[in-house]
Design a protein. Structure first.
Length: 98
């Protein structure tokens, strides 16, 4: 036999309504926090990824050009560009050995 208890029905309706309200408040709070963070970060002076990549490519090109000019200058001055190996003394230790 099932009893008709209006108190439990009202309580269940109240809990369902409260859960829906709390879920709605959570969604609104999350959206507001996301908007506030977007506004905060948008006001800062950050560069976009595309701008960063362009400047990075320019820096690589400038470094390559500087290396080429350094090699040309060394060739004009009569220097050799070969790297010399560290000298080894009779003990077999290199220059920086203790």
């Amino acid at each position: 036999m099932q009893s008709d208890n209006r108190l439990f029905d009202d309580f269940a309706k109240f809990v369902n309504g409260a859960a829906g309200t709390i879920a709605g408040m959570a969604r609104e709070g999350e959206a507001a926090a996301r908007e506030r963070a977007k506004t905060f970060l948008g006001g800062m002076d950050f560069v976009s990824r595309d701008e960063f990549e362009v400047v990075k490519a320019m820096a690589v090109a400038a470094r390559d050009e500087a290396d080429a000019l350094r090699a040309r200058l060394d060739a004009l001055e009569g220097k050799t560009v070969t790297g010399a190996a560290p000298s080894v003394d009779s003990t077999g230790a290199g220059e920086g050995a203790l």
